[in-house]
Design a protein around this ligand. Structure first.
Ligand code: EPZ
Length: 423
């Protein structure tokens, strides 16, 4: 297993090209199942999760081509005109839980789907009860056997009104993609409002879907008999952008995030500005810089537009180096502090109390050998290594490969002393 070596203490200066959003690309690729016509996606990030989903969709019979048209944007053309299977096997679903999103489209278009239960992961049990209850409300018959979800809708799905028990991102996406081909009208109350869902709605609408309430927590879908192909450029990855924003801040540097969109990061930007970081909107994206000492700021994670749980670990590094103490409360996942023991080994002063972390700022972190446990925890350790005095070796960096395209190159181009060691 590869690792990453960082010699910290060097301010970052330069530009970072923000890639297409992983959490938009995954549902958008799956949306191609809703039509027999080609769906072309551009600015597809080259990530392990995208490769895993490409394998899964190919096994279902989707033809996926990557035209090498030489442009900066990596594109995929997906054709689901000849689906040969409606089974998503455990081997692939366990590696990439977003595979469960194939349920809605397969049910909607083919009336059946057999999808492995995704199981839990490092950050929590992550059940899919809201997905399944919503699909049943749309008329699906669902049974759980041998660790698989067996779903069928022999007479097609029927539109209905459904109140999500929690504003689940995945459940909203699954139900959206089911409802667009259901008969009649569906209303989803308490829907999630993440920008990645808006991006999916834009693509579905371009495919002929009729969806009202974009950006709101109440989505009204008028089912269609079929959808057609389209082309769609994937939104920039707001979590990647936020990660590099903090890299600039914790190293006392100045970085321009090309393609980043301030409206997608309003709550985190407000938090970082309160901490004393300079964040400016530019014609190309966002410019983030930090000169003086960081001030402690309390934060609580919430569904969008609240502070994103996917930036909690990264912002904890900022607070670990701040003046004062910060209370960080994680309300979305039940176990998303796996990075804390590793940060403590680098000299951070953090006390855990259930879903709360009391972070007392220290003047400096010290490099150390640490281990990544999940995608965002691993990016947090990279940030800590960039800020720390001395050398940090991060093992199990396959976690990083799931969500950060060319991370070593992007940081190296801004002056970081960072290299990947084959393991
Ligand atoms: C999406 O996961 C993202 N993944 C996650 O990003 C992100 O952290 C999360 O949304 C929250 O923003 C993708 O988009 C591929 P949820 P998802 O359903 O859809 C509970 C990353 O690092 N819940 O909104 O799985 C669940 O247990 C990843 O890029 C139920 O109880 O998140 C969790 O506590 C990590 N029942 C909470 O809701 C359900 O049926 C939020 O989950 C579904 C969810």
């Amino acid at each position: 297993m590869d690792s990453i070596r960082i010699r910290g203490g060097r301010p970052l200066h330069g530009d970072v090209e923000i890639s297409g959003a992983k959490n938009a690309a995954l549902p958008l690729m799956i949306a191609a199942l809703l039509t027999s016509e080609p769906v072309t996606l551009s600015r597809v990030p080259k990530l392990a999760d995208i490769a895993t989903l490409t394998k899964l969709l190919s096994e279902l019979g989707v033809d996926i081509a990557a035209p090498d048209n030489g442009d900066a944007d990596h594109s995929l053309i997906l054709r689901a005109g000849n689906i040969t299977s409606t089974v998503a096997p455990y081997e692939l679903v366990r590696r990439m839980r977003a595979s469960v999103l194939v349920l809605g489209p397969l049910l909607a278009r083919f009336g059946e789907a057999t999808v492995s239960l995704p199981g839990g992961c490092a950050i929590g049990t992550r059940p899919v009860d809201i997905h399944l209850a919503g699909l049943e409300r749309l008329g699906a018959q669902i049974s759980l056997e041998d660790g698989y979800i067996h779903a069928s809708a022999p007479d097609g799905l029927k539109g209905a009104e459904y109140h999500l028990a929690a504003p689940s991102v995945g459940a909203t996406e699954n139900l959206l993609m089911a409802a667009v081909l259901a008969e009649g009208e569906t209303v989803l109350h308490n829907a999630a409002r993440e920008p990645e869902i808006t991006d999916l709605i834009h693509c579905l609408s371009a495919m002929g879907a009729v969806i009202d309430g974009t950006d709101s927590d109440c989505l009204r879908i008028t089912g269609q008999t079929k959808l057609h192909g389209t082309g769609h450029r994937i939104m920039a990855d707001r979590i990647e952008a936020g990660t590099y924003a903090i890299a600039a801040a914790v190293t006392g540097g100045a970085v321009e995030l090309l393609g980043a969109r301030a409206p997608h990061l309003e709550t985190p930007i407000e938090c970082w500005r309160q901490a004393g970081i300079t964040v400016e909107e530019t014609a190309r994206g966002l410019r983030v810089s930090s000169a003086g000492r960081i001030q402690s700021v309390n934060l609580t994670t919430h569904p969008y537009p609240g502070f994103p749980t996917d930036l909690q670990a990264q912002t904890m590094v900022l607070m670990a180096l701040a003046e004062g103490s910060a209370l960080i409360s994680e309300t979305v996942f039940e176990n998303r502090f796996m990075h804390v023991p590793e940060l403590s080994r680098m000299g951070a002063d953090i006390e855990l109390h259930g879903g709360n972390a009391l972070v007392r700022g220290v003047k400096a972190l010290r490099g150390a050998p640490v281990m990544a446990t999940d995608l965002r925890a691993s990016s947090c350790l990279v940030l800590a290594g960039l800020a720390a005095e001395g050398e940090t070796i991060i093992s199990r960096v396959y976690h990083l490969d799931r969500g950060y395209e060319r991370l070593v190159d992007k940081l190296g181009a801004c002056g970081a002393k960072i290299e990947r060691l084959a393991g």
